[in-house]
Design a protein around this ligand. Structure first.
Ligand SMILES: Cc1cc2nc3c(=O)[nH]c(=O)nc-3n(C[C@H](O)[C@H](O)[C@H](O)COP(=O)(O)OP(=O)(O)OC[C@H]3O[C@@H](n4cnc5c(N)ncnc54)[C@H](O)[C@@H]3O)c2cc1C
Length: 394
């Protein structure tokens, strides 16, 4: 099905085997708030061995050199696993190689591709989420260093990462106040820990994973001039490129989650007897199964075609931007509907944390929020539809 090549099927099978190895650890992770570090380290080593790590980076840098479709096939399998256990099959920033200096490659990117370092992203602020341009974090040059200030929200993996990308606006030294400046967007590499970087607090979120999302303060943090990423003013460009990639990977993981849910709920519905027959024989339950697998097929077809279009014509960034938004919008909303039905099919069992449907029901909710909310995806899609016409998008 889907016209996959032998190479596609090979990497898909490796990723699927990897996901199947992780699934037995889900309930332990759910009840303990994550797995012990030594167990996670073993899983990460396995991801490296199986070639499902850094699939999005070029081979000459030590990455997998995979096509977009193959990256999607791997992340789809990662998505079958709850509690973010599959995140060890990481995708380091693929936008970085063309703009990284030799020094940045050596200190940050290459060790990340080898699995020795881990990054996190400090972009969102209390007053700036969907509207990234509203950030108030600042950066000013001081001798051969930059001085960074700002408070960042939801910094995913801050507790496991050892460096972060920090987005700020440029100010002059004399304006040493954090406030709206309208300046150029700048992106920096900040080692963790660094003097001046501190956790304000670590809120609890709906999912139970070992990666935290703390609010982090950056107070007069000095980074070498060599830690500025790319050119001044380009900070937003890289974030946009990353959003495009990550939206497609969100779509892939949501599709994998829906596949797992369809498999688990249909197996349960075939065995669970109520009123003398398997519940799958009750029309109202059968309808939930049928709707779920139909939406899964539609989502996967959209997802694979979006990936293939990028592989065919990587230069058509506009179309890719809209279609990645379409894939993220549809796949994340589809997975939410499937998880809701799965809880219903499992009945009381579906409300237990040891049940996969309950965990996905909570975990999938954020897929409609991070990397651009569903509303933002709709705005992007509608803007391109009205300016370029339907044939450009579908
Ligand atoms: C678990 C988690 C992890 C995260 N990890 C990171 C991370 O690692 N790094 C990071 O920088 N950020 C991270 N984020 C932040 C995430 O990207 C933002 O939460 C998201 O972009 C939405 O921003 P917001 O929360 O400020 O909501 P807002 O932007 O305040 O939006 C609130 C509501 O208004 C709607 N809205 C806003 N603007 C518009 C518009 N123009 N048109 C229509 N509707 C609109 C939104 O769709 C939403 O429904 C994370 C968030 C979560 C929940």
């Amino acid at each position: 099905m889907y016209g996959l090549s032998a190479a596609d099927e090979d990497i898909q099978a490796r990723a699927r085997a990897f996901a199947d190895e992780l699934i037995p650890f889900e309930v332990e992770a759910e009840l303990a708030g994550g797995l012990p570090d030594d167990v996670t380290a073993v899983h990460k080593k396995r991801a490296l061995e199986l070639g499902v790590f850094a699939t999005n980076l070029p081979r000459e840098l030590g990455g997998g050199g995979c096509t977009t479709l193959q990256q999607v096939l791997v992340q789809e399998q990662v998505g079958r696993v709850t509690n973010a256990l599959g995140w060890v099959a990481a995708t380091p920033p693929s936008w970085f190689p063309p703009v990284a200096t030799q020094d940045q490659l050596a200190r940050y990117l290459l060790p990340t591709i080898r699995g020795e370092r881990e990054e996190c992203y400090a972009i969102t602020e209390e007053g700036a989420g969907s509207d990234v341009d509203a950030i108030e974090a600042t950066a000013y040059p001081d001798g051969d260093a930059w001085v960074l200030n700002g408070v960042k929200w939801h910094v995913t993996s801050f507790n496991t990462a050892d460096y972060c990308f920090f987005q700020a606006k440029k100010i002059n030294h004399s304006e040493r106040v954090v406030g709206p400046t309208g300046g150029d967007h700048l992106l920096f590499l900040v080692d963790l820990p660094s003097p001046g970087v501190s956790v304000v607090r670590t809120p609890a979120y709906a999912h139970t994973i070992s990666h935290h999302h703390p609010i982090v303060a950056f107070e007069d943090v000095r980074v070498p001039a060599a830690n500025l990423v790319g050119a001044e003013g380009d900070g937003m460009l890289y974030s946009r490129e990353w959003f495009r990639f990550e939206r497609l990977m969100v779509a892939a993981r949501c599709t994998g989650a829906a596949e797992r849910l369809c498999a688990e709920m249909s197996s349960f519905a075939g065995g669970r007897v109520a009123g003398g027959v398997p519940i799958a024989a009750h029309g109202l339950v059968a309808g939930m199964l049928a709707d779920s697998v139909t939406e899964l097929f539609a989502a996967r077809s959209l997802l694979y075609e979006t990936a293939r279009a990028i592989d065919r014509d990587p230069a058509d960034v506009k179309t890719a931007h809209a279609q990645c938004s379409m894939a993220k919008l549809y796949c994340s909303e589809m997975a939410g509907r499937v998880a809701d039905r799965a809880v219903q099919v499992f009945g009381g069992r579906g409300y237990m944390r040891e049940n996969v449907a309950e965990r996905f029901f909570r975990e999938l909710r954020v897929e409609r929020i991070w990397e651009g909310t569903s509303e933002i995806q709709r705005m992007i899609i509608a803007r391109q539809l009205t300016s370029r016409g339907v044939s450009a998008l579908a």
